[in-house]
Write a protein that binds this ligand. Structure first.
Ligand code: FEO
Length: 404
């Protein structure tokens, strides 16, 4: 059975929701599911903008058949070739053998690499700034290199202001009927997953997002609706979400607050992390989150690292090094280009305390534009009463650096 929604009078969402996939990209947990968005325009000519993941192909085809209502599909526009959106290209071509495929040179190259048999169909290769008319609607193509792959482009409908934004402005989370961001409490229920999606998947490419935002800046007043490939469609408060993307891609903290991550084997380093959280709250720093690095998926900690201005790492010493899961988090921060944060360190060890120096070295040498506070809490096995002064000094230093 079809499951579609109107975006505008002649534009339909024909995508699908997925609650079965446990790990997006076989990497990121998606407990709220994910949507694969595809859109069908009914103009004098018909056009499908992107496809969906292979697992959702049948839903796309049923949706398409319903929306087309006997009309042929004339064009397939591919903005992004990653298989969660492009896997059904070949199936669409089989069902609609006369369809013409519109995309760019790199995308056509990737189609061949992935083994999609597109070459017996008419291929229309577009370049940045080219326009194309489907009848009433004329679109233009804007390249969005590395947001999220090198071939990515966005398509802007000059007639009604709809921006098919590819991976940009997407989010984890299944739509479950609520297509538009103004139909949900986005700030409360979606923002964390939107940040987790963006920062983990495209976090490394902040400058490329800035480039795309710069291009969008020139036509901001013309953009009326943003149709991403995942998550809700935006038709109101566009600047709210564009502003979030701007902040994240400039590696600026979204909130003045503290993420405390602890690596603890027997609960003693955890006790220090919790004690510090209490001390911070006593000082009026209440926007504090605490994560156990061993049991929290790294994507959530990366999201909070992008959210908060201050990061406290509390790690036991393990094999004379940093606890492996904590080291992995630091490596991910480096890979995703996190910058401009203030760190504080807690180290623990029962005979050779090394983790503090090693974390400091990693932050100083591997990450960019970071500050590490001088105050460090060093524990020998556990937090004892004789460490309360040091704990208070650490809490004072963090609060002071936040202007409290
Ligand atoms: Fe959802 Fe980069 O694909």
């Amino acid at each position: 059975m079809y499951c579609v929604r109107n975006v505008t009078e002649d534009l339909y969402w024909v995508g699908a929701n997925d609650h079965r996939l446990a790990l997006f990209e076989n990497c990121f947990p998606i407990p709220r599911g994910v949507s694969y968005n595809a859109y069908c325009l009914l103009d004098e000519k018909t056009a499908l903008f992107d496809t969906v993941d292979w697992s959702a192909c049948r839903q796309l085809l049923e949706n398409l058949e319903y929306v087309l209502d006997g009309r042929p599909l004339d064009y397939l526009v591919i903005n992004h070739l990653e298989p969660d959106h492009a896997a059904c290209i070949e199936e669409v071509l089989l069902r609609y053998p006369k369809v013409k495929v519109i995309s760019n040179e790199k995308a056509f190259m990737l189609m061949r690499q992935f083994g999609f048999h597109v070459d017996k169909h008419e291929l229309i290769e577009v370049k940045e700034g080219d326009t194309f008319s489907f009848g009433k609607h004329t679109v233009t193509f804007v390249f969005a290199q590395m947001v999220h792959w090198p071939e990515a482009m966005v398509t802007f409908d000059l007639t009604n202001g709809v921006l098919f934004s590819a991976d940009a402005f997407g989010s984890f989370g299944a739509l479950d009927g609520k297509l538009f961001a103004d139909e949900v409490n986005f700030d409360r229920d979606w923002l964390d997953d939107a940040r987790r999606y963006l920062t983990n998947i495209v976090g490394k490419y902040g400058p490329h997002i800035q480039l795309l935002l710069g291009k969008a800046g020139g036509i901001l007043d013309l953009i009326k609706i943003v149709c991403p490939l995942h998550g809700p469609v935006w038709r109101k408060d566009l600047m709210y979400f564009i502003g979030k993307y701007d902040t994240w891609s400039k590696y600026e903290p979204e909130n003045k607050g503290v993420m405390i991550v602890y690596a603890s084997m027997y609960g003693n380093t955890e006790n220090a992390a919790q004690s510090l959280a209490s001390k911070l709250c006593e000082r009026g720093v209440t926007d504090v989150v605490v994560h156990d690095v061993s049991s929290t998926h790294v994507s959530y900690m990366i999201s909070d690292a992008f959210k908060y201005s201050h990061i406290v790492l509390a790690s036991v010493t393990y094999n004379l090094g940093i606890y492996p899961a904590m080291h992995n988090l630091l490596m991910d921060m480096k890979a995703l280009n996190l910058q401009n944060r203030t760190f504080a360190l807690i180290e623990n060890g029962s005979w050779a305390v090394k983790s503090g120096d090693l974390m400091q070295k990693f932050i100083d040498e591997e990450l960019k534009n970071m500050t590490v506070l001088n105050e460090r809490l060093t524990l020998a096995s556990s937090l004892n009463a004789d460490k309360v002064t040091e704990l208070n000094m650490l809490a004072d230093a963090i609060a002071e650096s936040m202007g409290k």
